[in-house]
Design a protein around this ligand. Structure first.
Ligand code: ATP
Length: 242
């Protein structure tokens, strides 16, 4: 379980980008973070991904206090967390399968990483994750020849092959057509159900959050003003965060 208590992020100029955020993420939860532009969604995701430092508060991952971890402890924790960019960053000339394998290779020994040797298990694991994200028929296609939605699927498959327990995705569907947006959200939801991955997505489209997420966090000027589970937002709630 992930628990954040009083998480705040103050910029050097003094501006509070996140202010006293409290929240809890159960294993396998699918959480959408919504809020108007500049409300702090990306900052929150980057803090949860340990890519940005918070200035106050506590972040516990399975009981471990991230503030108290040393260099190697933090590295181990980072291995459990995957962060997806808006536009999936892939090795363009490599196939979807190779891109996933590179993720899996991050989990194997130094020697095999250096030599690029791939075991049959790694290969089978990578093919299985590609199947899980509905991309088995694109396994041998070069990344540069994949559509935006397919690229996001490869990035997700790579994160799963890498053993991520927490997947943070910043606007993973922006720039995709509405049909692909729904497909990606459905695929993410399936992963939370079938693999138990905890997924947090920052989203602009509220209707996607309502349709697919189990829980909605609403941010307003760096404060968490909504934490809603299992129901749609009221009109007043929608107005507050848009
Ligand atoms: N390093 C920084 N330096 C200056 N301002 C920053 C920095 N990081 C964040 N901000 C500011 O903090 C606020 C929150 O930014 P953030 O990117 O987290 O918002 P967001 O909700 O993800 O916005 P968007 O939906 O437009 O991506 C914004 O006003 C942004 O300009």
């Amino acid at each position: 379980m992930i628990k954040i208590t009083g998480l705040s992020r103050k910029l050097p100029q003094g501006k509070m980008v996140l202010e006293n955020i409290h929240g809890q993420l159960e294993p396998g939860a699918f959480v959408a973070v919504v809020g108007s532009s500049g409300s702090g969604k990306s900052t929150l995701l980057r803090c949860l991904a340990l890519r940005e430092r918070w200035s106050a508060g506590e972040y516990r991952f399975d009981g471990q206090d991230a503030n108290k971890l040393g260099f190697f402890g933090k590295l181990r924790l980072k291995r459990k967390i995957a962060y997806l960019e808006q536009k999936a960053l892939l090795y363009e000339k490599k196939t979807a399968l190779k891109n996933v394998l590179i993720g899996a290779i991050g989990q194997v020994s130094w020697f095999r990483r250096m030599t690029g040797m791939v075991r049959n298990d790694d290969y089978m694991g990578a093919m299985e994750t590609l199947e899980n994200v509905g991309l088995i028929d694109r396994a041998h296609r070069q990344a540069e020849k994949l559509s935006g939605g397919e690229r996001q699927r490869v990035a997700v498959a790579r994160a799963i092959a890498h053993g991520a327990e927490l997947l943070l995705a910043d606007e993973p569907v922006s720039g995709l057509d509405p049909h692909s947006q729904e497909d990606i959200m459905a695929m993410l939801k399936k992963l939370t159900r079938e693999q138990g991955t905890t997924i947090v997505v920052a989203l602009h489209r509220l209707e996607l959050a309502e349709k697919f997420a189990d829980q909605i966090w609403g941010l307003e000027e760096g404060r968490l003003v909504l934490d809603v589970r299992g129901r749609r937002l009221t009109l007043a709630e929608k107005n507050r965060i848009t």
